[in-house]
Structure formats: C-alpha cells, structure tokens
Design a binder for this molecule. Sequence first.
Ligand code: HEM
Length: 430
Amino acid sequence: MLFEILLGVVTITIFLLYGYITKENLKNLPPGPKGVFWFGLKIDIPNMHLDFTKWWKAFGDVFEVKIFGRRILVLNSPETIRKAFDSEEYKTQLNHRPPNFIGYKICNQYKCVLLRKYDATFIAMKKEMIHSMDTHGFQSAHFRSLAADMMNDVVKDFTDLNGRPIDPMNVLRPSFCKMIGTLFAGSCSHRLQQHVADFDNHGDQMIKPQIHGVYKKFPWIRWIPFQFYKRLYKLVQKIKKDLQKELLFDLRNTYNTKDIKCMVHQLFRSQELQALEKGKPWLTDDHIHGIAMDLINTSILTTKAVMSGFIFLMLHFPEMQQKIQDEIDDVIGQDRQPEVDDRKNMPYIHACIYECLRYQSHLPLTAPHFNRKKVDIFKFTVPPKTIIFGNLFACHHDEKLWDDPWTFNPERYLTDDGQLIDKNHPNMRK
Ligand code: HEM
C-alpha cells in the first residue's frame, strides 16, 4: 500500500514539475476558463460542444481552454470561423490537422484529405476527389439511374414490413453503403457493400475522440495482446486491405481509358494523365485508397446522423410530415419514382432539411484544425500547435443570429408565398 501511495506521489510530482518547466510565458492570449495547472479543465469529451457553448457565453466568440497541457482555441461565430478557415490571409495557416494516429497508421502516412496538413498535395487531392465524385456521382446519368434503383429497393424493404416496427437505420444504412460502393466502383457487389459497412462501423469507433486519443497518446497499445485496442486496430487494418483489393487491384483489371464509369477509374485516368505530363504521377494508389477511406467515414456517419435525426423530428412534428407528404404528392404523384431534378420544385422539403441541419447540428464542432506556427488573429496570439475548433452548435443556436433558435421552424427558410428564400438572404448566409 505504501508503495502505491509513493508511486502516486512521484507520478503527480513529475507531472507538476513537467508542467512548471514547460510553462510558456505567452502574452496576448485569448480569454478562457482556467483549469488546474497542467491538467487544465475537466471536459465531457463526447459532448465537448456543450462545455464550449457554456464557456462561449462567459468569454465571448473567441476563447481558449487548456486540457492536459494542450491548448484549444474555440471559435463561436460564423465571422470568426470564416475568417480563420476561409480567408486568404489565414486559411493556409489555420487549416492544418493536428498530427493523428489514423492519418498516419491507417491512411498510409497521411495520404488522405480529411486528416492531413493543408499543403499543395491536400489541395490537389481534394480537387481530384471532388472532380471524380462530381463526374461519377449525381451528375452522372449512370449513377442517377442506379441510385433510383436503390431507392426503389429501400421503398420495397419498408413496404414489405407491412407496418411491423423496425429501426429504420437497419434498412437505410445498407443502402448508404451500397451508394458509396457504387460511386467508387460503378456497381456494388455484396462483398464491396460489406467492406464499406465494416470500414464505416470500425472506422467510426476508432475515430471517436475518446478512443483515438488513447491510440495517439499510447500508439504501442495496439501491440498489447488480449485487449480492445489491439483487436480494433487489427480489424481496421484487415478491412483496409479488403478495400484495397476490391477498389484498387480488382478495378485496375477492368480499367479502360475509353470507358470510364466510376470514381476509381476516373482517378486512375488522372494518374495516367499526370504520368503523361510529368513522367510520374503524384497521385499514387495509396492516395486513391486514402480518398476512398475518407469518403466512407465522412459520408456514411453524417448521412446516418442526419437521416435518423430527420425521422426523429418527423415523429415529433406530424403536421410537418403531412406537409412533406403533400408536397411529394403534388410534385411527384403516385405513378412515378422521384428524380434528382424534382428537388428544385420542393421548397418545403428543402426548408425542412436546412432547419434539421441547423436545429440538430449533427456535427456540432468542425473537425479539429491546427496551426504549425504562431498566428496573430482577432487581436490575439495563437501559439503554435494549438488545436482549433469551430463551434457550429453555437453558431446554429445564437440568439443574436436566429429568432427563437431552440424552436424547429422550417418556415424561417421560406418566403411568405412558400418559396425557398434567396441564397443571399441573411438566414442562408449565417
Ligand atoms: C449533412 C451531412 C454532412 C455534414 C453535416 C458534414 C459536415 C462536415 C464538417 C463539419 C466537416 C469538417 C470541416 C472542417 O472542419 O474543415 C466535413 C468535412 C468533410 N466532409 Fe462532410 N458533412 C456531411 C456530408 C458529407 C458527405 C455526404 C460527404 C461525401 C460524400 C462528405 C465529405 C467530407 C470530406 C471529404 C471532408 C473533409 C474535407 C476537408 O478536410 O477539407 N461530407 N464535413
């Protein structure tokens, strides 16, 4: 017992000494709540946005907190977020990502978009990602027709239930995986759909801040046998290999320059053009693999959250559900399937989607941003290696910006005669 107490005292003393020695003497820092010495503040990690929103009320639009020696800058208004992440002056400095385990170990040393630093490769990769997604996603007749078939299948699955209760995500989630698999490969075998679902499932686990934080601080934990972190790491590595086989090796065999039907083939084509131009493409197979892993994690997680949130709202607001049904009956009727182009004739549904995104703020914080060098912004100094979050939840519920922000009210996006407000209307610009 005495030994344990001694060990505890020694550990705490080392921590305190380390905190004292590494204490910076910085001036002009943003205001913020003070915590205990090096340990900083206690925070509920899965619900960080709620703590941040509480401190925003006390310290204003720009504040900083310290958690386990790590500086975190939180931006709580659209102006501060736009200035930091989207202005020419600051975007090259404040759009990096903090060093992270997944980017390094899973995405082949940061050969991805979501988790890498903001550099020329990031900009080029994002351009390739968007271009290939645009040409082979909803802009493509082939994809639209497959998406319509998938929608029919979903409708049939729900109809076949004959009113039996089910978690709607059990029907919807496989269709999201199939949609992403189809985007990548032009069609989606059952096996590819399963790999996408597995990567979504286990990648989601690994990226949770409380789990990822452990991998980041103690990367060797993945080698310690008989425990969760080793099992999860092995599983994610295995699914990564499965995806590589399916998306890179198998699709390479069917690649034909003259008949490009899917996103991965389009990326192969970019490789080819780069090779013709420069001799060696910068876009390697690892980059394409990274783009695919990025898209699985970013698209399915968010779509699941938005769809389940939307269903939840419709259960609470049956009168709005009825209005949506009326708009569908008016615009599409009973005799044909919906088409992407129908969207522009459905202002009420649009308004409900915007309001759902605002009201529920499915991603309440931006992804973590990071600065590599000292930055002076908002009359404050941001020391190097600060983690920076945009608090979207605060922006979406700011009484200064929204009338009655805690009320779900799609009408705020509609004109008096029921049309969608203009894209320059203040409620769209916020
Ligand atoms: C309503 C659903 C969605 C929401 C609320 C959402 C929200 C976000 C947010 C907050 C970020 C972080 C931005 C930052 O901090 O820099 C992000 C990044 C990203 N999202 Fe989405 N997203 C949604 C759907 C999607 C979908 C469907 C896709 C792909 C098909 C996608 C692809 C991405 C990618 C690739 C990034 C990384 C971009 C970068 O680092 O610059 N997202 N998203």
